[in-house]
Design a protein around this ligand. Structure first.
Ligand SMILES: NC(=O)c1ccc[n+]([C@@H]2O[C@H](COP(=O)([O-])OP(=O)(O)OC[C@H]3O[C@@H](n4cnc5c(N)ncnc54)[C@H](O)[C@@H]3O)[C@@H](O)[C@H]2O)c1
Length: 330
């Protein structure tokens, strides 16, 4: 058994940082090593809390700390340069979703990963959420017959004051609500069905008070296995909602990811007991650690992460062209 503690350095002390730090701390085999943020005060607060060193310059951090793993939780436009920099130093990667700004950028990360023989896990957390896992188990068991369609609805106040500006700047984020929350929806639909998105037809609106990204999206998708799905997202004011309805020939599931799972086999929906599950971020780090030790692929490969970006590119092409668009093959 390999007992060496692998040192993980986290890039980004933002909203999602502590989910990573706690999961790293909880994973036997990983140890928190350093935190980097251009905002020194944010890095220092985290550093003091976790007893690690703070840096403002990621290059200096790599030089000083020589981490085994880099966890990248930075604005999307920085995923490519930091992933390449880490890969060149032989660091394994936990790279947050969405993988990068374009499939071309994803290809460069994939190539670097192969060249430097590192393991990469893309942080598509949907695969690790307890309600999602139970839903997939039920679907895979055949208990509900044939899957016929999926409707995914997500509303959130996307332009709230607390949202950092980069999220609302297309050049930095890759897009608005669809690039950020839509990436989760595409991932969820692909993972639940085991089938990639094949073609899409999308409409978006841009009425946000800030930034230059879309604030809503209505997307019709067809998967490679022929299953149709919809993603409806509004980032304007209203009531938050996160619901995925999965319709099959012998019943249906209503999935509130992170909250509850409901099933109907003819009558009203009944709530299912969701087995206690480990934290999704801990499961991600366990996957990465297992892949490092067995020198195998992670459960969420960069090729898969690229597929989500390819689907998003087709969504934005369709919103622009007004016609159905095929997802470009990798
Ligand atoms: N898996 C999930 O459920 C989930 C949830 C939230 C966010 N995310 C993803 O995590 C990533 C980070 O999101 P967030 O919400 O934490 O963003 P955030 O804006 O809160 O944090 C990003 C941090 O990066 C810092 N930063 C910017 N430029 C830098 C640089 N050059 N060097 C070092 N630090 C720099 C910022 O100061 C900020 O503190 C994104 O990819 C996002 O999509 C994933």
């Amino acid at each position: 058994m390999n007992t060496k503690q692998l040192k993980v350095a986290l890039l980004g002390a933002g909203a999602i940082a502590e989910h990573h730090l706690k999961a790293i701390e909880a994973t036997e085999g990983f140890v928190n090593g350093a935190i980097v943020d251009i905002d020194r005060s944010k890095a220092e607060v985290i550093a003091a809390k976790y007893g690690i060193r703070a840096y403002v310059d990621y290059k200096e951090m790599f030089e000083q700390e020589k981490p085994d793993v880099a966890a990248i939780a930075l604005p999307h436009f920085l995923h490519l340069e930091t992933a390449l920099y880490a890969a060149e130093r032989g660091c394994h990667l936990m790279l947050e979703k969405p993988m990068a700004l374009s499939t071309e950028e994803c290809d460069r990360i994939i190539e670097a990963g192969r060249k430097h023989d590192i393991r990469i896990l893309i942080g598509h957390t949907q695969h690790y959420m307890a309600e999602n896992r139970l839903a997939k188990q039920i679907l895979d068991s055949g208990e509900l017959g044939e899957l016929v369609m999926i409707h995914d609805v997500r509303h959130a106040n996307y332009f709230q004051q607390s949202r950092p500006e980069w999220f609302l700047t297309k050049e930095m984020s890759g897009g608005g609500i669809l690039a950020n929350l839509g990436a989760h929806s595409i991932d969820k639909i692909q993972w639940l069905t085991g089938s990639a998105v094949h073609k899409v037809k999308a409409s978006v609106s841009r009425h946000g008070q800030r930034g230059n990204v879309e604030g809503s999206g209505a997307v019709y998708l067809e998967l490679e296995n022929g299953i149709p799905a919809t993603i409806m997202q509004s980032g304007y004011l209203g009531t938050a909602r996160n619901e995925t309805e999965i319709l099959c020939t012998k019943g249906m599931l209503r999935l509130h990811t992170g909250n509850s799972l409901w099933m109907s086999k003819g009558g009203p929906y009944e709530q299912l007991e969701v087995p206690h599950n480990q934290d999704a971020f801990e499961l991600q780090y366990e996957d990465l650690l297992a892949a490092i030790h067995s020198h195998s692929e992670t459960a969420c490969t960069p090729e898969y992460g690229r597929g989500v970006i390819a689907a998003l590119e087709a969504v934005y092409r369709s919103a622009e062209s007004g016609t159905e668009e095929l997802v470009a093959e990798g």
